[in-house]
Design a binder for this molecule. Structure first.
Ligand code: C2E
Ligand code: MG
Ligand code: MG
Length: 746
């Protein structure tokens, strides 16, 4: 029975049933043999024949044992058939030779022998049946002639027909059953073999009884290697003990994830579903299915890693840091230790990003991450909050002083210069420290405190450590309030422009007016731009603010140009932030405003500072477009930025405004003058005009004039003026100019 594959008889499919049938047939034959022996010992008739009985016993025992041993498939059919044929013939001869009516044994044997053949083929069974039928016919004929008194021919014939018919019916039934079993077996085998799902049958000792190709593939082993070996040999040692899928009880499918080993040592993660099968017939076994989830697991782990790590530096991210902080704060109550946060914000990082590119900025962060990580204690958690901000969670602090110590160590760790393509960066950081006090702190509040302290460090001149105190929380709130108010101020027109003149000291004539924004705060009074422009920059409000300034300045200039007629026409400059420049369509916006006004072309100027250029290319294009409109470009605060000369070469600029720090130090000594001399020489070479800012006294004017700089702006001429005072100033200045003119003419 069953398939042609070697060893297949041991599979738990149909063959089990075939084996069952074979066993029972064998048992039947054994019973026949035993019956024969009994009949031999207590013969029911005087005709019992030794040859028949002995042969039937031998055949029955042989056949029974062969069938019982389950080796039917391996038995050379020919031999077995021949033996049974011979025995049948012998029995027939015995019956004939005995001359009398058949003994129970020979009748029984003859009756049963065809059954043995139904397992081989219907043809064999039919052949045997006809042989038996023939023998009976002969026996009946002989008996009838010799002992006419024994039974009627009709009764004997009826008996004979019954025997033959029963043999045939049973034979056909058994054959049919065998074929059905084989079909089912084959169908299931197909599904098993061709399934993309790896599967195996295990016996209760956990040895593979059968495996499918998908499983061989998953485990990287051949079928021969697996069948007969224990599943534990290919399992990861760490998973064996808890392998619930190998202990599934009856009627339950247990799913689990488990690791397996391939011969090359790699580990395969598989999702396994195991069940225990208790068939009606045959031994219990386990059926297991395996799905390779190694890649899936890897993805899952990567995702889990991503969820709590910063991709750039590999340090933890904000989410994890805040979670851990919250957990540490919760634990602290039980432990009685302190929890602190150290917030590190790099100084001048933006300058690196702006001037050397984002790659350089990334390189700085990547270089600093291991240095910072190396400077924290094992109980601390360090991560990057985003941008140039790092956060360290200090768990189990015994005193706030310890937090400051750690911050010191961190500050030391980041002092080493970092070499970058295109420059060098000496990192420094403003560090804020906050330690949780009392129970009022949650993670977000503690972070806000550290942030406030960090802000204080920045405001205090950078590169320093500040520890949070309560007044800072007030300051942080104030900043929030300010941002809210500024938003409203821009919308509701609480901003005003003041104008500070630039004059030519040789002629006394006004060169231009610089528009400087102020904020008339409803409750705090007038606030200067230093207080709210940086805030506007941070929050993006600068774009709306800058637009208002532009509109206001242009409208005002148009009015003045009607009233104050000079040649060239009066000019106004406005300060433009780098973020404003980066807004797409900024030049178009200026063009639109200019078209809508009546101001003379070339009378508007924009002041930009080198340090706020965000994207060099965008800025360059925008500045070019502005110049094409006739707008002048002034480089403000020259000398304070990071790489002034590079900018001079890169940008289309008309005027340099020398920062007031240079002018202020003209009073002190002569080395500043040397620098200024060089700057003026360079400006002349590049055909740039120069304005000196922040000129406060006549000594400075004289020195500047010696250096060749005659355009000045500063308190010595005028402070920024409310717009109502501007015309008065201009007219007064005209008088001065005329006087100078007359003086020089004389
Ligand atoms: P800035 O463009 O360099 O403006 C010159 C600043 O120097 C002004 O400060 C002015 O009042 C001050 N100043 C003028 N003469 C002297 C002097 O003789 N001595 C001293 N010590 N200071 C003098 P203010 O008005 O506070 O403006 C500060 C900065 O705010 C400006 O520097 C500019 O960068 C920014 N700002 C002002 N208005 C705007 C604006 O509308 N938009 C943008 N984006 N920034 C603006
Ligand atoms: Mg300016
Ligand atoms: Mg300036």
């Amino acid at each position: 029975v069953s398939s042609s594959r070697p060893g297949a008889a041991s599979t738990p499919f149909g063959p089990g049933r075939a084996r069952f049938l074979a066993r029972w047939s064998g048992a039947l034959l054994v019973i026949a043999g035993v019956t024969g022996a009994v009949l031999l010992a207590f013969p029911p008739a005087p005709y019992a024949d030794y040859a028949v009985v002995v042969s039937s016993v031998v055949i029955a025992v042989l056949a029974g044992l062969t069938l019982l041993s389950g080796a039917l498939d391996h038995l050379p059919l020919g031999t077995f058939q021949v033996v049974i044929f011979l025995a049948t013939v012998l029995a027939a001869l015995g019956v004939y030779g005995g001359g009398g009516p058949s003994s129970g044994a020979e009748m029984l044997f003859l009756w049963l022998s065809p059954y043995a053949f139904v397992f081989f083929s219907t043809r064999q069974a039919a052949l045997q049946t006809s042989l038996v039928a023939g023998t009976y016919a002969v026996v009946l004929a002989v008996q009838h002639r010799q002992h006419p008194g024994i039974g009627s021919a009709g009764v004997l014939l009826g008996l004979w027909v019954m025997v033959v018919a029963s043999v045939l019916v049973v034979g056909i039934l058994v054959r049919h059953l065998g074929r059905t079993v084989r079909d089912v077996d084959q169908r299931f085998r197909r599904g098993f073999e061709d399934s993309p799902v790896a599967a195996a049958f295990l016996d209760l000792e956990l040895e593979f009884v059968e495996v499918n190709p998908a499983l061989c593939n998953l485990l990287g082993r051949t079928r021969d290697e697996l069948v007969g070996s224990s599943v534990l040999l290919v399992s990861h040692a760490g998973d064996v003990e808890n392998a619930r899928w190998l202990r599934a009880g009856p009627g339950r499918i247990v799913e689990d994830e488990s690791r397996f080993l391939r011969p090359d040592g790699t580990i395969v993660w598989a999702e396994v579903a195991g069940s225990l099968v208790s068939p009606e017939i045959g031994a219990e076994y386990r059926f297991c299915q395996f799905r390779d989830v190694t890649a899936h697991r890897r993805d899952r782990e990567a995702l889990a890693h991503q969820a709590i790590h910063d991709p750039l530096t590999g340090l933890y991210n904000r989410t994890l840091l805040l979670d851990r902080t919250a957990a540490a704060l919760a634990r602290r109550d039980q432990k009685g230790t302190l929890v602190g946060l150290i917030l590190i914000d790099l100084d001048q990082f933006k300058v690196v990003n702006d001037s050397l590119g984002h790659e350089a900025g990334d390189a700085v962060l990547m270089a600093l991450a291991p240095l910072l990580a190396g400077a924290v204690a094992p109980t601390d958690t360090i991560g990057r909050l985003g941008g140039d901000e790092f956060l360290v969670l200090l768990d189990e602090l015994s005193s706030p002083l310890e937090a400051v110590d750690r911050a010191d160590r961190l500050a030391e760790a980041i002092g080493a210069p970092i070499e970058l393509t295109g420059g060098m960066y000496v990192p420094a950081a403003s560090i804020g420290v906050a330690v949780a006090s009392g129970v009022e702190h949650d993670a977000a509040a503690l972070l806000r405190d550290a942030d406030a302290a960090m802000y204080r460090a920045k405001a205090g001149g950078r590169n320093r450590i500040e520890v949070f105190d309560r007044s800072m929380r007030y300051e942080a709130l104030r900043r929030l309030q300010l941002e809210h108010d500024l938003r409203r101020a821009i919308a509701e027109g609480d901003l005003v422009l003041e104008y500070q003149p630039v004059v030519d000291t040789t002629t006394g004539k006004p060169v231009s007016l610089e528009g400087l924004v102020r904020w008339d705060h409803p409750s705090r009074g007038r606030i200067g731009p230093d207080e709210f422009v940086p805030l506007a920059e941070q929050t993006g409000l600068i774009v709306a603010l800058g637009d208002w300034v532009l509109r206001e300045a242009i409208t005002q200039l148009a009015e003045w140009q009607l009233l104050y007629l000079v040649d060239p026409p009066l000019r106004v400059t406005v300060n433009v932030s780098g973020r404003q420049l980066a807004v797409p369509g900024f030049a178009d916006r200026v063009a639109h405003l200019l078209r809508g006004s009546a101001i003379a072309p070339g009378s508007l100027g924009v002041e930009i500072t080198e340090s706020v250029i965000i994207d060099v290319e965008v800025a360059y294009e925008t500045l070019e477009s502005l110049r094409a409109l006739g707008v002048n470009v002034l480089l403000d605060d020259f000398g304070t930025g990071y790489s002034s000369l590079a900018y001079l070469e890169q940008f289309p600029i008309d005027v340099l405004k020398i920062d007031r720090s240079f002018v202020a130090r003209l009073d002190e000594g002569s080395d500043r003058a040397v620098v200024l001399e060089a700057i003026f020489a360079m400006a002349r070479a590049l055909h740039l005009s120069v304005i000196a800012e922040g000129v406060e006294n006549h000594g400075q004017i004289a020195k500047l004039r010696d250096l060749g700089c005659t355009w000045i702006q500063g308190f010595v001429v005028a402070a920024p003026l409310p717009r109502e005072e501007v015309l008065g100033f201009l007219i007064e200045q005209q008088t001065i100019a005329r006087a100078i003119d007359r003086g020089s003419a004389r």
